[in-house]
Design a protein around this ligand. Structure first.
Ligand code: NAD
Length: 258
C-alpha cells in the first residue's frame, strides 16, 4: 500500500489533464498539493474541491519571477517538499510551421528550464525520502514531423532527469515518466472524451489509448517507498505503442501515400 499522508506534493500544470489527475491522486491519499498553472479558473476549482489542502498559484512557469514567487509561497505554507512533479508543457510545433525563435525558446523554458529551476529553488526544502518525477514523453525518443519545439523539450527533460539524479544523489530520487497517447478529456472542464476508431486502440499492444490514471499510478509508484531503489530512470507508459514494429502491408497495416 502506498502511503502519502501529510506529504507535500508540488505539481506544475496541475489544473487540468494529467497534472490534475496526479494532484487529485495525492490529495485523495491525504497528501497536500501545491499547484501552479496558468488556468486560474480550473486551479481555484481544484482548491475549492479539497478545502485547506491545496495551495494554488496562478502563473506561467516560463517566468523566473513567477517560479520564485511560487517557491516562496510553498516554503511559507508548507516548509518542506516531499514530491516535485514537473508536468507542465506544451507545443509550438516546429520547422515546417516555421516555429519562431521566441516560441521555440518559450517551450524550452516551460518544459526544461522550469523543471531545473524549481529543483534548484526547492533544493534545501526537500524532505527525507523526497522524489522528483519529470513528465517527459515517448517523443523524447521518436518524432512526427513538425514537432521540434516539443520534442526538444522532452529530450531536454529526459536528460535533465539523469543529471539531477546524480547531482542530488542520496537526498532526492529523480525519475521520469514517458507517457504515450493519453486522452486527458476527463480531466478538463466539460469532460470531453475523444472517440477512437478500432485501429487507434489496436495499434497499442495493450488494446487501448491511455488515460491520466495510467500516468498518475506510475508517478505515485516512483514517489513511494516501494521505489526507493529506483533513480535516474525513465519509465515508458504507452500501452506498448512504441514497442511495436510496423511494416507497410504487414499484419493488416498499410500506409496510404498521397
Ligand atoms: N496527453 C498526452 O498524450 C501526453 C503524451 C506524452 C506526454 N504528455 C505530457 O504530459 C504532461 C501533461 O500533458 P497533458 O496532456 O495533461 O496537457 P494538458 O494540456 O491537458 O494540461 C496541461 C496543463 O498545464 C498547464 N500549463 C501549460 N503551460 C503552462 C505554463 N507555461 N505555466 C503553467 N501552467 C501551464 C495548462 O494550463 C494545463 O492545465 C505534459 O508534459 C505533456 O507533454 C502528454
Amino acid at each position: 500500500m502506498m502511503e502519502f499522508t501529510g506529504k507535500i506534493c508540488v505539481v506544475t500544470g496541475g489544473a487540468n489533464g494529467i497534472g490534475r489527475c496526479i494532484a487529485q491522486n495525492f490529495l485523495e491519499r491525504d497528501a497536500f498539493a501545491a499547484v501552479i498553472d496558468t488556468d486560474e479558473v480550473r486551479g481555484r476549482e481544484l482548491a475549492e474541491a479539497y478545502p485547506g489542502k491545496v495551495l494554488f498559484f496562478a502563473g506561467d512557469v516560463a517566468e523566473q519571477l513567477v517560479l520564485e514567487g511560487f517557491a516562496s509561497q510553498v516554503r511559507e505554507r508548507f516548509g518542506k517538499v516531499d514530491f516535485l512533479v514537473n508536468n507542465a508543457c506544451l507545443s509550438k510545433k516546429g520547422i515546417c510551421s516555421r516555429c519562431s525563435y521566441e516560441d521555440f525558446l518559450y517551450v524550452q523554458k516551460v518544459g526544461v528550464a522550469a523543471p531545473y529551476y524549481l529543483s534548484l529553488l526547492f533544493s534545501d526544502l526537500f524532505a527525507d525520502g523526497a522524489s522528483i518525477v519529470n513528465i517527459s514523453s515517448t517523443r523524447a525518443q521518436m518524432s512526427q514531423r513538425d514537432t521540434e519545439s516539443y520534442t526538444a523539450a522532452k529530450g531536454g527533460i529526459s536528460s535533465l532527469t539523469h543529471a539531477l539524479s546524480v547531482s542530488l544523489a542520496g537526498r532526492v530520487r529523480v525519475n521520469a515518466v514517458n507517457p504515450g497517447w493519453i486522452d486527458t478529456g476527463l480531466y478538463h472542464s466539460g469532460h470531453r472524451l475523444d472517440c477512437y476508431e478500432p485501429a487507434d486502440q489496436l495499434q497499442h499492444p495493450a488494446g487501448r489509448v491511455g488515460n491520466p490514471q495510467d500516468i498518475a499510478q506510475a508517478v505515485l509508484f516512483l514517489c513511494s517507498d516501494q521505489a526507493s531503489f529506483i533513480t535516474g530512470q525513465s519509465m515508458i507508459v504507452d500501452g506498448g505503442m512504441t514497442t511495436q514494429m510496423i511494416y507497410h502491408n504487414d499484419e493488416g497495416w498499410s500506409l496510404n501515400v498521397k
